[in-house]
Structures are given as C-alpha cells and as structure tokens.
Design a protein around this ligand. Structure first.
Ligand code: AQP
Length: 335
C-alpha cells in the first residue's frame, strides 16, 4: 500500500493504559489527519522495554492498544498498523543513527532525566538511546509529518537533526520530518498533580483517565481532581493549573475553544464543571469502548491487520535500509 499522499507516522509505547492525554495529544489528531495522509501507526513495543514489563502483560497490551487505535477511529483499510518489532529494520537503522548522535545531545533529553528519576533502579542504556530508536521509527518510512504531544517535541527535533546530519554527510537520503503538535491539548496534566503531565503508566491511577475506564471510575477520578481554593471559573494556567487542565480537557473533548468553555461555566461552581466534564468524557468514550470490546474479540481480524502492516512496512523499510547501508559504505549482500 503506497500512495502519492505525504506520509504521516506516529506511535505509542505499550506501557500502562492508554489515557486521555494520549488521546487528546496524539490519537485524536491521527484520526483527524488520516484522510489526507498515507498513515503509519505503530505500537512501539521495543520502546516499552526500556521500563520493566511483565512479558504476558506486554503481549496482551500490544493487541489491546492496536484495538484501541481502531476503536478511536483509525481506519485499518487505509492506514498501516504495525507492531515495531515486526519490522527488524527499526533497530538496524537505530544502530546507524546512534553512530551519528552525540552523547551531549542525548544527555539533554528531558524525558531521559524524568524517566531516570522515576526508575532509579533501572537506568538502562536503552532509556538513554530511546530517542535514537524513535528517530529510526520516523526516518525509516520517510515520514513527512509526525503528530505528537508537546513532551515529544525534543525527540522530534533530534530526529530532524539526525536526518539533516546524515543527508549532509552522505547526500540526500531522508525526508526531514515536520512535527504536528496541537495548539490546544498538547500537554494534558495529571489530575492529582497538575504540575506534571498525565502519563499512562502513572502508578497512581487517579492521575489519569484511561480510555477503557468505566463511567463511574471516570466520575470518581474527575470529582477528586485537584483544583484550588478560589471559587470562580477563570483560565489561569500558571496560578490555577488544576482548573486550567479541566477547562482544556473539556474544550478538547467537547470540540470547543477554552474561552467558550469559560463562558459556559461563568458563575457556576467547580462541582458543576467537574460533573459536566465527566459526562462529556463518558459520552466520548462510550462508542470507543463498545467498538474496542467488539474488535478485541476478533483475533483473526487483528492478526490480518498486523500481517498486512508488517508486510507493507517491511517493504518500505527494506528500501530505506538498503539505501542507507549503500551510502555509508557497507558491502551489499549477494542475493
Ligand atoms: N499528557 C499528555 N498530553 C498530551 N499528549 C500526551 N502524550 C503523552 N502524554 C500526553 C502523547 O501521547 C503519545 C504517547 O507516546 P508514548 O507512550 O510513546 O510516550 P510518552 O510521551 O512517554 O507517553 P506517556 O503517556 O507519558 O507514557 P508512559 O507513562 O508510559 O511513559 C505521544 O505522542 C505523546 O506526546
């Protein structure tokens, strides 16, 4: 499956539970852009290994994430859905790119700093070289556009730098990808600690809304979300981050501008905002959850999608890696 459309690529690592932050910052935009692009959506399982995983859970989670992509509206008929480890060229290209990436630039990555603080017992080399593998994911498919949340901006800049560095050293080979970071909702914050971002593998489940959370759990989590001791509804990200986060979530889920949401809740109390927010999230997730429960049962359907994805993606990946190997001076294998 190749088209004349520009290539759109994005992925999520199968760690934790897909959450509203991932939906608003990434998946929602994949769905919105998919018709205008040749889309490749990855479940980046090799990335997930940078944090300790239980093998059986990881295996199930890969299929569950795939089914959730589809349930959120990604059309498997017109996009490739791929598990990263099914295409071995990701790691091959990552190795080549790691010889172009400088220790200094990897040292500056804030996600490495955050994750090594969170996982002090397991600061592995993969965590450090994670952004190089991510650059390989993107450059392997000559992606034009990469929709991500704001936390991935720095990694994407590295992918662009590595593409440019390779192109300068060995002649034009890679498309230099453009980021697509939404203007609103690029950084949904944790419900209990609104100064940190909402993360799908947060050990405190009250910090995030999972896409598969039942309605009552959503109501409880939103009700408990931290706000402040003011009483009026104003958008002030710096001084009232908890309330600002609820307003952004409402705007994103209801398809509104933040100022419209502020107007709608003017003179109302936090309880009203919270209870209406919970209901719009439940409405958003109702069809997603019912489609998910249908799709996840159909193992044959999912495995056909993955086999088609792996086959088509491998074809493209082979083209890129053989070009790369030739340009850097490796002897081609005799067929
Ligand atoms: N809070 C967020 N707001 C907006 N966008 C977000 N994304 C993640 N959190 C938010 C975007 O979702 C995609 C997830 O990619 P990932 O799993 O590969 O990386 P991540 O950024 O490490 O995501 P999480 O949710 O924080 O996962 P864990 O907790 O497992 O590490 C990316 O496009 C990201 O920008």
């Amino acid at each position: 499956m190749t088209t004349n459309k520009p290539v759109l690529l994005s992925g999520i690592q199968p760690s934790g539970q897909l959450c509203l932050g991932n939906y608003i910052g990434a998946i929602k935009n994949w769905v919105g852009l998919q018709n205008d692009y040749d889309g490749i959506f990855l479940v980046v399982d090799l990335h997930a290994l940078t944090v300790k995983q239980k093998p059986s859970e990881l295996r199930n989670r890969c299929l569950s994430f795939l089914a959730q992509y589809i349930a959120c509206g990604i059309d498997p008929g017109s996009n490739l859905l791929v598990i990263q480890s099914h295409v071995h060229q990701h790691t091959e290209l990552a190795w080549v790119l790691s010889t172009l990436a400088y220790m200094g630039e990897l040292n500056r990555m804030t996600q490495f700093k955050d994750k090594s603080t969170k996982h002090q017992e397991n600061i592995n080399a993969g965590l450090f070289t994670y952004p190089v593998l991510m650059a390989a994911d993107i450059l392997l498919y000559q992606a034009d556009l990469v929709p991500v949340g704001a936390d991935q901006k720095q990694h994407l800049e590295l992918a662009r730098d590595l593409a440019q560095r390779f192109n300068q050293r060995y002649s034009d080979t890679f498309v230099v990808p453009e980021p697509f970071i939404p203007k609103q909702g690029a950084r949904i914050m944790s419900l209990q600690s609104p100064e940190s971002k909402m993360s799908k593998s947060d050990t405190n489940e009250n910090n995030f809304i999972a896409l598969l959370d039942p309605p009552d759990t959503i109501r409880k989590k939103i009700k408990r979300a931290v706000t402040d001791s003011f009483t009026d509804i104003q958008y002030d990200e710096e001084n009232r981050p908890g309330l600002a986060n609820l307003l952004v979530m409402y705007a994103e889920v209801a398809g509104m501008e933040i100022k419209q949401v502020v107007q709608q809740f003017e003179n109302k109390c936090y309880e009203v905002l919270k209870s209406e927010l919970a209901e719009v999230i439940i409405e958003l997730l109702k069809p997603v959850q019912s489609e998910y429960h249908r799709v996840i049962q159909d193992k044959k359907y999912l495995s056909d999608i993955l086999s088609n994805g792996a086959e088509n993606a491998s074809y493209r990946a082979r083209k890129t890696i053989s070009k790369v190997y030739r340009k850097i001076g490796l002897v081609p294998r005799v067929q």
